[in-house]
Design a protein around this ligand. Structure first.
Ligand code: URA
Ligand code: SF4
Length: 473
């Protein structure tokens, strides 16, 4: 009987390859899960097994197995049951011994067993992605983010790469009872497991998270059953938001408005989110995380400006609409079509321009199943103005065209006497040449066709004025 101790997928794969090449049948092989062994035993047997695997590996090329098996095996490897390594080897043996299509036979006992384990692991991976909450810790080396989580299975190696992509800029540590993953900004490192006492408690991040959660949590949409299913009670202890859930449930829909109002009063404005570097890319990246006012809570994403960051002409709209909210880009819906038509007539290409909005999140109210555009409140326009100001400063255009009153107010300010006068060059704090014109959506709402045609002609003419001013021909 050949026996080997393995503690991870790569170790198992290496062993299994050697064993297959040596034609060792599953009945003559016994894998021992490392977590079941004493440390001394582990050391001896692992070394011995590695030797035998090396010998056979040298003599024969690895067998071909379906890629689906590798994926299945990587997941099952993280399952907590000790029998997994032997079960995987048995399946591998059969796949490479006259049953290459075995994985398609869902009713087969071996396949069924491992598929079930795979599913359990996959589910656990999703949960870990959803439930891990980082807490910020100040260290002499800077900020560190720490989380503690107790997964059902040993899924950390499957999830850590995901965190390293998502939180690439942060230095973070995820501790589980089995293992710890550390991301230093460049590389992932794994270490021994930790118990929950080692995880920092009650720091500033937790407070921040609680506020954030109250801001985005919509009690009107709470589905208790779904929540229980998705959020096993066992996890609740590590989730700071659970301290407010019962409260939210009790007060339900009536509370939404109050929460939104409270969030608005406490809103720091975009200034709190401005990055140190003011180049366009840094601004866009930072704006994606803006929580400067309550608008973000019901919108899908920040819709930042697009186009040429050195453009001579900047067009400023009001705020993203429904389609822009979903796509993350300004002026791609019906108003965008009108604008495109006018630009074409004026002989301007989008690539020559920089296109943005006064307010970067979609403000809406429900009507049936639709999300109806709502004019952004003045406080949102004020809260969001630092983004617009930073964008305009970064681009430094020769001419600014304000599409509609909200843009005019954002660029020219409340006190600009002529802020609403269209087609007249005005001076703003961002540009000597600032012009107000119709909003394309106003053209769509025009009372009749002749009015729409007049407005459209105005818009085209004003765009041409900007083009002349900016010296684009
Ligand atoms: N209306 C706007 O003001 N901006 C958009 O991005 C879309 C519609
Ligand atoms: Fe920030 Fe502006 Fe969005 Fe408010 S609307 S959250 S200020 S980006």
């Amino acid at each position: 009987m050949f026996s080997a101790v393995v503690d991870n997928f790569d170790a198992w794969r290496k062993q299994a390859r050697g064993l297959l090449a040596a034609e060792r049948a599953p009945s003559a092989v016994r894998f021992v899960a490392a977590e079941e062994t004493q440390p001394s035993l582990f050391g001896d047997e692992a070394a011995e097994a590695a030797d035998s695997a090396k010998i056979t590996e040298l003599n024969s090329p690895p067998r071909r197995v379906p890629p689906a098996f590798l994926d299945l095996a990587k997941h099952v490897a993280c399952h907590r049951t000790p029998g997994r390594w032997n079960e995987l080897y048995r399946l591998l043996w059969r796949l490479t011994h006259d049953e290459p299509r075995l994985l398609e036979v869902a009713t087969d006992d071996d396949v069924h067993l491992l598929r079930t384990k795979e599913k359990q692991v996959t589910r656990d991976v999703h949960k870990m992605k959803a439930f891990v909450r980082f807490r910020r810790v100040e260290t002499p080396d800077g900020e560190r983010y720490v989380a503690w989580h107790r997964p059902d299975h040993r899924v950390l190696p499957l999830v850590a790469p995901f965190f390293s992509r998502r939180f690439r800029e942060m230095h973070w540590t995820v501790m589980t009872p089995d293992a710890t993953a550390v991301w230093d900004g460049e590389q992932l490192h794994y270490g021994p497991g930790a118990n929950s006492a080692a995880a920092p408690q009650g720091d500033a991040l937790e407070e921040l998270w609680r506020t954030y959660y109250a801001g985005i949590f919509n009690p009107a949409r709470i589905k208790l059953k779904m929540m229980r299913r998705e959020m096993p009670v066992r996890h609740w202890a590590t989730l700071p938001e659970t301290t407010i859930i019962p409260e939210l449930l009790a007060a339900a829909p009536r509370r939404v408005e109050a929460m939104v109002r409270a969030a608005a009063a406490a809103a720091p404005g975009a200034a709190a989110y401005l990055p140190e570097a003011r180049d366009w890319a840094s601004l866009a990246a930072a704006a994606a995380g803006c929580r400067g006012c309550d608008l973000h809570a019901r919108a899908t994403q920040t819709v930042f400006g697009v186009g040429n960051p050195r453009a001579r002409i900047v067009l400023v709209g009001e705020q993203p609409g429904d389609q822009e909210d979903r796509a993350g880009r300004p002026f791609i819906g019906p108003a965008g079509e009108v604008l495109d038509g006018a630009l074409r007539q004026a002989g301007l290409a989008r690539e020559e321009l920089y296109l943005t909005n006064a307010v970067k999140h979609f403000h809406w109210q429900p009507q049936g199943t639709r999300r109806l555009h709502k004019k952004p409140p003045a406080r949102a326009e004020a809260a969001c103005r630092p983004w617009l100001a930073a964008e305009l400063d970064a681009v430094g255009p020769k001419a600014i065209v304000c599409l509609g009153a909200t843009a005019a107010q954002a660029v020219l300010g409340r006190d600009a006497g002529k802020a609403r006068e269209r087609g007249v060059w005005q001076r703003s704090r961002y540009c000597e040449r600032t012009l107000v014109t119709w909003h394309p959506a106003a053209i769509l709402r025009a009372p009749d066709a002749p009015a729409a045609a007049r407005m459209r002609a105005d818009l085209v003419r004003h765009l041409q004025m900007a083009q002349d001013e900016a010296g684009i021909s």
